[in-house]
Design a protein around this ligand. Structure first.
Ligand code: G3H
Ligand code: ZN
Length: 280
């Protein structure tokens, strides 16, 4: 089973596909463990920001994450997330990634299309699947577009359809009410907009910033056609709460394995829960 190409995993999975952000090896272990418990396929995603945290080095964290994926009993894909730097997506194939999210959303439309189109050509020809997103819809002239996942941003179905045609991407991240890095779970999704975008666009739709979306809303979004559901912050909350709790209860402990084991278990339980919700 183990590591499979993202395109294959997306093709063969019914219901929503959870894509969880990996920062440390414990994240990868927890995500694979949680997916095994839920008996669901899963995507391990490493963001450009996580690579910056690892001293700008892609190889160590990618190799460790891929090796953890190989231990899995359920299918696992490896995705490179929110890439703005072309020199990073160019090396994705050699580091075992099955997909890349090109984040040119802060560029004006024409430049976003050029950069994303170039990445699609290069990565598709090497067997990788490409996700990308449009910038904020309706930005005023002269203003730099915001990320599509800024609070309040929304995707226009017509513009999404044109963008998919212009770029040839395999999946589209859409702005339908979620936003990144929420620590409360009270985002309200626009389900009518999800239906309209699904009608306009034939490729899989991706929800970013899903940590802030309540379970019932996530399940409804999957029923409405959202396929890849990106979750990062919720795992980091579980991780940090577990470390704080462990150290508060054991103030003399100096062995990181003890509090990291607590963090890993808390993340695995979260992953298993989310994947069960997304399965439909
Ligand atoms: O690409 C990753 C995500 O959109 C994660 O967002 O940390 O708000 O769950 P989140
Ligand atoms: Zn995101």
């Amino acid at each position: 089973m183990a590591l499979v190409p993202t395109a294959e995993l997306m093709e063969n999975t019914r219901g929503g596909v959870g894509a969880f952000n990996v920062i440390t090896v414990e994240h990868a272990e927890a995500i694979v463990d949680g997916a095994g418990r839920a008996e669901r396929p899963v995507i391990l995603q490493i963001s450009e920001n996580a690579i910056k945290f690892h001293h700008g080095q892609i190889a160590p964290i990618a190799a460790a994450t891929a090796a953890v994926a190989e231990t899995s009993d359920v299918p696992v894909a490896l995705h490179l997330d929110h890439v703005t730097d072309a020199s990073l997506w160019e090396v994705a194939p050699q580091h075992g990634f099955g997909s890349v999210m090109i984040d040119a959303s802060k560029l004006p439309y024409a430049e976003n299309v050029d950069e994303t189109g170039r990445a699609v050509e290069y990565l598709n020809s090497r067997g990788l699947w490409v996700e990308s997103e449009l910038g904020q819809v309706g930005g005023k002239d002269g203003e730099a577009p915001l990320s599509a996942h800024a609070p309040g941003a929304r995707t226009s179905p017509d513009e999404a359809a044109a963008y998919v045609m212009d770029t040839g991407v395999d999946a589209l991240a859409v702005a339908v009410g979620s936003s990144h890095a929420m620590t409360t779970r009270d985002a309200v999704l626009d389900h009518d907009l999800i239906a309209a975008i699904k009608e306009a666009v034939a490729i899989p739709l991706v929800l970013h910033g899903s940590s802030g979306v309540p379970d019932a809303e996530l399940a409804k979004a999957v029923r409405g056609g959202m396929i890849k559901i990106n979750i990062g912050t919720a795992l980091n909350i579980a991780y940090t709460d577990a470390v704080r709790g462990h150290l508060a209860a054991n103030p003399d402990n100096v062995d990181p394995r003890k509090y990291l084991a607590a963090a890993r278990e808390a993340m695995a339980a979260k992953v298993s829960h989310f994947l069960t919700v997304l399965a439909g």
